[in-house]
Ligand binder design. Structure first.
Ligand SMILES: NC(=O)c1ccc[n+]([C@@H]2O[C@H](COP(=O)([O-])OP(=O)(O)OC[C@H]3O[C@@H](n4cnc5c(N)ncnc54)[C@H](OP(=O)(O)O)[C@@H]3O)[C@@H](O)[C@H]2O)c1
Length: 282
């Protein structure tokens, strides 16, 4: 288990819901009933944190979660994000927006779509918006937290400096960034988060290709040659080894793998019980 913001106690491995959207993460998930069933099965299988964002769909992902799970079971944490807009199906149309009233509206609308009075964990989706100073964006969320709309604030895709700046303004409960066994360049951000008692949620934890490239949980040849024998020794799969590696990397880590398959979901959760040796981890 891991504790977010001092009071939200969840499993070490969450569930990323982003892939329950249409092609290119645009529009509705084509198998709506299947998506609803999977979300319910995820909770039955032990998922206690679901990661979503207003940009997934946009909006359709939050709505699907509400349709599947509202009223939410006790102890289920829903984390969502705001601050990105998408001008169409092409990923090139994604922009980060930091306007204070825009962010406030994002919070209100996510709460409405999710059917909650307060959002458990609300991330600023990107540290890259340039229309408004970063500190003012954090202040906008801090205000919403003070007003009760947000329980805990998170930061997504920020620098170590931005994490420090934000923590001077308000409490930050979680940080999420691209990090996995093949992409470890956010190590300094992870260490800064861990030192500050901030949960670090690595996104894209199991696909070992670059974001936007076709999914490949086996990874490039050189890495696969390292991972395969470890997986074989533990009678595990490579995604289980890469998740267990993340859990061993830092007690602050809470990976949020995405899947559209119940089998993969169970497999991913079972990685919590896989203990790698020091040699495996190295
Ligand atoms: N903050 C951000 O900017 C940001 C950016 C991207 C993602 N995220 C969050 O992070 C979550 C995960 O990211 P992601 O979906 O890009 O990457 P990911 O979780 O590393 O990879 C997901 C892909 O891996 C496959 N997969 C998952 N478990 C598997 C297993 N055990 N065996 C084989 N294949 C498996 C899934 O296919 P199947 O459906 O076939 O299982 C899916 O296509 C998202 O849901 C989202 O919540 C956040």
């Amino acid at each position: 288990m891991i504790t977010i913001g001092g009071d939200l106690r969840v499993g070490r491995i969450g569930y990323g819901a982003m892939r329950l959207t249409g092609p290119d993460l645009w529009g509705d998930y084509p198998d709506r009933d299947g998506g609803i069933t999977l979300l319910r099965q995820a909770v039955d299988a032990g998922v206690t944190l679901i990661d979503t964002a207003d940009i997934y769909g946009p909006h359709s992902n939050e709505l699907l979660i509400r349709d599947a799970l509202h009223p939410y079971p006790e102890g289920l944490v829903i984390a969502t994000k705001g601050g990105f807009v998408r001008g169409g199906r092409e990923f090139s149309t994604v922009d980060a927006i930091g306007n204070r009233n825009y962010l406030r509206q994002c919070v209100y609308m996510s709460a409405r779509r999710l059917g909650v009075d307060q959002i458990d964990l609300y991330y600023l989706h990107s540290g890259r918006a340039t229309d408004t100073p970063f500190v003012d964006q954090v202040l906008a969320l801090a205000e919403m937290r003070k007003g009760g709309m947000i329980r805990h604030i998170g930061l997504s895709n920020v620098t170590t400096g931005q994490l420090r700046e934000a923590r001077e303004i308000t409490e930050i409960a979680a940080v999420t960034a691209y990090f996995n066994v093949a992409a470890r360049h956010e190590g300094a951000l992870l260490d800064a988060a861990a030192e500050a008692g901030v949960v670090f949620a690595p996104w894209q934890p199991v696909s070992l290709t670059r974001p936007g490239d076709p999914i490949d949980t086996g990874g490039p040849d050189g890495l696969r040659r390292v991972l395969e024998p470890i997986a074989a020794r533990h009678d595990a799969t490579i995604p289980q080894v890469t998740l267990a590696w993340l859990l061993a990397r830092s007690p602050a880590i809470m990976p949020i793998p995405a899947t559209t398959s119940l089998g993969h979901l169970r497999e991913n959760l079972a990685a919590q019980d896989l203990e790698l040796t020091d040699e495996d981890i190295r």
